[in-house]
Design a protein around this ligand. Sequence first.
Ligand code: PGA
Length: 238
Amino acid sequence: MKKIVCANYEEMSAVAAYAVASQIRSKPNSVIGLATGSTPVGTYKKLVEMYKDGFVDFSKVTSFNLDEYYPIKHDNDQSYIYFMKDNLFNHVNISAAQINIPDGECSDPAKECADYDARLEKIGGTDLQILGIGNNGHIAFVEPAESLPLATSVVKLTEDTIEANSRFFKTADEVPREALSMGLKGIFSAKHILLLISGKGKAAIAKKLFDGTLSTSVPASLLNLHPNVTVIVTSDTQ
Ligand code: PGA
């Protein structure tokens, strides 16, 4: 894994946004894997600026998001579709028909997951995948466990994740207990993965990525097996 150390969150966001914009400029119909959470907010902000400046055009881009809570209404301001519209989709010229995100309102989640993988496979995987990492080492909602899902699946959130994400809800009780999450096969379909890690709070988990071991108790450690991963970290994460 290559590592780029940035002075601060601003710089990390600019470097990541430039990588995404460059991908789209060199291949306008790129398939971009998108992540939610606090970490990529600055990257999306920069991408919106770059779009407004005419540097990047999303009209031919297809997007696949990593995950969505389940169940959750689309108009719940904590749903990931709401987050994506608020932070990116409503501000750039991406076509609604080319946005893919697991449906938190679906009635048959197993079918929704199977269809999601079928669409991703049909298009040939993602060209570039943006990833964050949980404090517990999860990527998407692939949570630490003895065995990890390859396919997009209905997953149970761990207590660590419910606790971490409760900061976005009024109470921890409101955090959905399940999610629809891309599995390792979908994540690894990316030709290039950009893993963003920011802040002191992530220093311990970032260290585990580079300790030369793999463990399903740190799902992100498996990224060491992918041929093209760039980890963009802030210096306080070191
Ligand atoms: P965060 O979440 O960016 O809000 O820290 C990352 C993640 O859980 O993948």
